[in-house]
Design a protein around this ligand. Sequence first.
Ligand code: AMP
Length: 183
Amino acid sequence: MRVLNEDQKRFLAESIRDVPDFPKPGILFKDITTLLNNPKAYTLLMDHLSARYNEYDLDYIAGIESRGFIFGAALAAKLGIGFVPVRKKGKLPSATIAEKYALEYGFDEVEIHIDAFNEKVGAKVLLIDDLIATGGTAAAAAKLIQDAKAECVEACFVINLKFLNGEEKLDALAPCYSVLEVL
Ligand code: AMP
């Protein structure tokens, strides 16, 4: 189903566990492990994403470390296209390009292999992660896709913490789609 109804969205939302004060006080952590080990929920989500993105004529899916790998790799296999990991600095073994982004305190950095899209200029890439909060990670990943001369056709999230306005950081980079929104 390309569009989920309200009952299906509620079912998915209820399959995700809220863990207060993780990894630090004041953060309500959205724990997707309870969605993953619920076969009805995981299958519903993956069927929805494959129905939606089947129509996009994508070349690759880029997933953000580490929970973006779980959804991204499964979706890429369902669509019969390649998967590209966007990793934290220092994890990828071959030549990389990197993008820094600001955290609450300090900086972090994400990388992809320079040849991740097989030098296919204009390759159509879907970026995926489990959750968008402030949007810094996803914006850096979308910039990496552009730097590799591919096109980030959409950024997809299972959960969008809307109250943090993370989508705004993606405004100039890619349209944003979220399966579930937390207002
Ligand atoms: P951000 O760059 O602020 O949008 O943070 C997004 C990244 O941090 C994603 O990879 C999420 O998996 C993780 N993240 C941030 N906040 C939460 C949260 N409340 N619950 C679960 N994961 C989170």
